[in-house]
Design a protein around this ligand. Sequence first.
Ligand code: GTP
Length: 592
Amino acid sequence: MKNIRNFSIIAHIDHGKSTLSSRIIEFCKKLSLNSLNIKVLDSMELEKEKGITIKSRCISLNYLYNNEKYNLNLVDTPGHIDFNNELKRYLYACEGVLLIIDALKGIESQTVINYNIAYKLGLKILIVINKIDLPNINIYNLKKKIKKKFKNYNNKILKCSSKYGFGIKNIIKYIINYIPNPICKINNYLQALIIDSYFDNYLGIILIIKIFNGILYEKKNIVFLSNNFVCKIEKIGIFKPEIKYYKYLECGRIGFIIIRNKNINKINIGDTITNYPNKNNIFLKTFKKPLSQLFISIFPKNKKYNYFKESFKKLYLNDYSLTYKKEFSKIFGKGYRCGFLGILHMDIILERLYREFNIKTIITFPNINYKIYFKNGKKKILNNPNNINENEILKIKEYIVKLKIYSPIKYINSIIKLCIKNRGIQKNIIYKNNYVKIIYEIPLNEIIYNFYNNLKNITNGYGYMKYKFLKYKKSNIVKLNILLNKKKINNLSLFIHKKKIFIIGNQILDNLLKYFSKKMFNINLQISVNNKIISSKTIKSYRKNVISKCYGGDINRKNKLLKKQKRGKMKLKKYNNFKINKNIIINFLKII
Ligand code: GTP
């Protein structure tokens, strides 16, 4: 235990966490990684393609320092705010962090958020300036800024170039000397925290655990304290990054256990496991499940519901932030109503369903939670307008958050404009050195879609924000319906503020019309609110000249082709099984 170091690498997106992780692996394993392809930890196809880390990963490394063998457990974490929960969970398994800062971009939003998370959890922090090979950087100034921003940081600020492998040995020296070893009792009863899990087609259910006390043995029975579920450990081991099995693992280690597939419903991330029969039932300090902010309905397009259901269970095992419950649509059949932390999270889950399970999906417009008061006196918190008859609604209250924006002072006017445009009510502005903290009360539906990107644009990446739920407040929210040839398109309604119905309604119609262009019948699209049509657009049918290739004047042949075209049109007219293409949703998100 004395020689174990558990640490996470955290940073703002793209500051170089994964590249540094790979360099540390290279250094400890004496590997020579191709300098053009040096990210060994982003193993998911989607991660490589998008160039971002989505899942945290822990790698166990051995390193000889002053003739002593050290076990370094390195966790590479995602930088994007939507995956912050992924990062937080793994911090519960660590005693320290390396906070990476890009030498050129300097301190950015997630740098500060991540510093504060690690600090609050009592972890030792080591700040590392990365990308020192870049031209036009001023390390002296950046160090001054770091000291000013993180007043309670009193360790040395380290420097490196992960790309070229400079400064790595020194970082490892600091990890060993500065990050504390885990404190645990080997003779105590077993206590291990489930940090993460995933499903492997060949191996079964793999649980990533940190052992806080005692020893974990293979083939022994364990009990999950949240539901008293007992099962046998098939195998235990660690990632190096390849799998290495052990007969037992001692406390202080981060490793994995493998259990049988049939137990998939019994797993709760954040749960404590102990030996069975159990001598204790004391839960370890754990993380909370994050609240979903954005909801859509997902229906399988090309697979049977049962396959969809089983795939979801497996995906859920690897995404603790996802929520889902059964949903039924008259048109699309059985599916799930799913909750996400944000747009990127939603996008990643849809992609993973397709890539990992070959499931194509039909989805609905995203919505957030609203408090709906019905005329019959009932009230409910709901996020799915499709199941609600607007004639039964008395009033709607919307989700208001307390939003804190931090930014260099020079961007203050643009930030205020952005908040006003999004119906924010200013509560306070606090000036501190060259920075400003701006506090607003603002509806969640104004900031959940594109607000953060807009904030980053207007502050050149320096502005960052956080928010928390404040209250539900009465608001002019209405249900907007979309009609295709006078018939409501099921599952395509959304809640929206009255002020925005014309702008957004028209933009949605324009987007949908693009989707329908070149169909062979007249299309009329309308927006209705409170049973009134507020916008209407039509495109004339695209008349394909089916007889153009018909040589000569054979009237029978011509009539046959025209008849065939008519039959095709009739078929299309019955078109109410409107399938929502993901691009329509993405375009829709860009406009709100
Ligand atoms: P996320 O996981 O998505 O948050 O990104 P990350 O922080 O892991 O960053 P990543 O390692 O993917 O690096 C981002 C970009 O910076 C890549 O193009 C790297 O090649 C580049 N990069 C990383 N380290 C260095 C460095 O030391 N010098 C230079 N010049 N570029 C670097």
